[in-house]
Design a protein around this ligand. Structure first.
Ligand code: SF4
Length: 479
């Protein structure tokens, strides 16, 4: 059994494209990898900004190293392309610019696919255990012959770690990506494995990210992890940072569906960086799987009341949805103002089915977050009733998803906040309530400066947005 799946951990302590290309080429040779046909490189650029989000994405030097290695190893290559869809509704081309990708892409004459601009086509899923019968996926992904998966090694507040399996969330545009991004997130990640398999995986673990996925703190891991099976690579990734692979729920689902192993005994671990040595280095690697009602302490003016949740497999918490998005939103605010927790207006975040009084303070405002939230009680002497409108996964049609357009969503949220500007509470509907929506609601109710309106973000983001819309339209007409 051992040897069927091989994973390499290689030392690399600097973002030097030449060194990275040498290591990746060596890895491809040892793993017997020969890229060919239409080759698509899928990095993790969930968000990128040199100052605010410097450790959230696969670095440009890493991408360059892999492009050079791919060109050297490829046979009969028809096309080499880089494709991705960023998170929180930001245009991918905006994040690519921040990540420094266009210069690398131009230098090596490879193609770019911004998945938010591409036509999406349905792909059937047939494996037992699937959540959905089909997923909508960008056409270039369905047409590629050889997928190279380039995740960033990061902790994740919803899923514990984001490695190669989780990197597939960036295959979908927001309209489809946020569907099932709730307590079914782990199922969704496993579904995505049924759509396309990675032919080669190289994880950027030179500087890994701790705790958050958008705003991680850096950890000098000094490693590149390579393999040809996502489950095997992620299993080794778990052991590298003292995570039990059984605690990476989507890994368990993917392994159960036959996508690969999650037992180290079935994996041959090679490379020049022994796993035990990596583990000695990472004993203090920080994860973040804390519930929001524990996460924001007494020193914060944000507090959370968490109730129960509708799905039988996860009644105590919704790990893939609104609560985690709140944590990420607060970390974005902290990136601009480290004292925001103490300086903001008092806000209570209520999520899930909550019974009993909220015991609000006089100056405290309330966000009832998400479609599953319900509460009945009295605020300022008036009866308040928040009703759940939650629909389970099988009641939501994947072909009839609502638009998650950045501008529409922002305007809708801001209009709702404006109309309720003097109200004590607001029901922020959505399932899931995205990080971007959480930012807007927190900004309005907590009276925190909205980072979306900082000129250095506002202008380039909107410019990229209209470019994205124009290219999307052209692709729909001619694609
Ligand atoms: S509304 Fe939010 S918290 Fe409730 S199930 Fe949906 S994503 Fe989870």
């Amino acid at each position: 059994m051992k040897g069927q799946h091989k994973v390499l951990i290689m030392r690399c302590d600097a973002y030097d494209p030449d060194r990275i290309s040498g290591i990746v080429r060596e890895g491809m040779e040892e793993l017997g990898v020969t890229p060919s046909g239409k080759i698509l490189l899928k990095p993790n650029v969930v968000i990128a900004h040199p100052e605010v989000f410097p450790h959230a994405f696969t670095r440009k030097e890493f991408l360059e190293g892999v492009i050079v290695a791919t060109k050297a190893m490829a046979q009969d290559a028809e096309e080499i392309a880089v494709g991705e869809r960023s998170g929180i509704t930001l245009p991918t081309r905006y994040n690519f610019r921040n990540a420094g990708y266009p210069k690398v892409i131009r230098k090596h004459r490879v193609r770019t696919y911004y998945f938010d601009e591409e036509v999406h086509v349905p792909v059937e899923i047939e494996r037992d255990g699937r959540l959905r019968n089909e997923l909508l996926i960008p056409k270039p992904v369905t047409e590629c012959d050889f997928l190279i998966n380039l995740p960033k090694f990061k902790a994740h507040p919803w899923c514990r770690l984001t490695l190669s399996l989780k990197n597939y969330i960036g295959l979908q545009d927001d309209r489809h990506r946020l569907l099932d991004h709730n307590s079914f997130l782990e199922h969704k990640i496993a579904d995505l494995q049924d759509v396309i398999k990675s032919d080669f995986i190289a994880i950027d673990g030179i500087t890994a990210g701790q705790k958050m996925m958008l705003t991680p703190t850096p950890f000098s891991l000094g490693a590149i992890v390579m393999g040809t099976n996502s489950c095997a690579v992620d299993t080794v990734g778990c052991h590298m940072v003292h995570v039990d692979p059984g605690d990476l729920i989507h890994l368990g689902y993917a392994a159960d569906r036959g996508h690969g192993p999650m037992d180290l005994d079935e994996i041959e671990v090679g490379g020049d960086f022994p796993l035990e040595e990596v583990r000695e280095k990472t004993w203090d690697f920080e994860l973040c799987m804390e519930r929001v009602d524990d996460y924001f302490g007494e020193e914060s003016r944000l507090s959370c009341t968490v109730g129960t949740f509708p799905e039988k497999h996860s009644p105590d918490y919704c790990w893939g949805g609104c609560p985690g998005a709140l944590q990420e939103a607060m970390h974005i605010f902290r990136g601009f103002d480290p004292n925001v927790d103490q300086e903001m207006g008092k806000v209570r975040y209520v999520v899930g089915k909550v019974d009993g009084p909220l015991d609000l303070e006089d100056d405290e405002r309330v966000i009832f977050a998400g479609n599953c939230t319900s509460w009945k009680g009295v605020i300022d002497g008036k009866n308040v009733r928040i009703e759940s409108s939650y629909k389970s996964s099988d009641a939501r049609n994947g072909r009839k998803t609502r638009s998650n357009d950045m501008i529409l969503k922002t305007l809708k949220t801001l209009w709702r906040c404006f109309r309720n500007r003097s109200a004590r509470y607001i029901h922020a509907e959505g399932c899931t309530l995205s990080v971007a929506e959480n930012v807007n609601y927190l900004s309005a109710l907590g009276k925190i400066g909205n980072p979306n309106f900082r000129p250095r973000l506002l202008i380039p983001v909107n410019l990229a947005y209209w470019q994205m819309r124009a290219h999307r339209l052209l692709n729909r007409i001619f694609g």
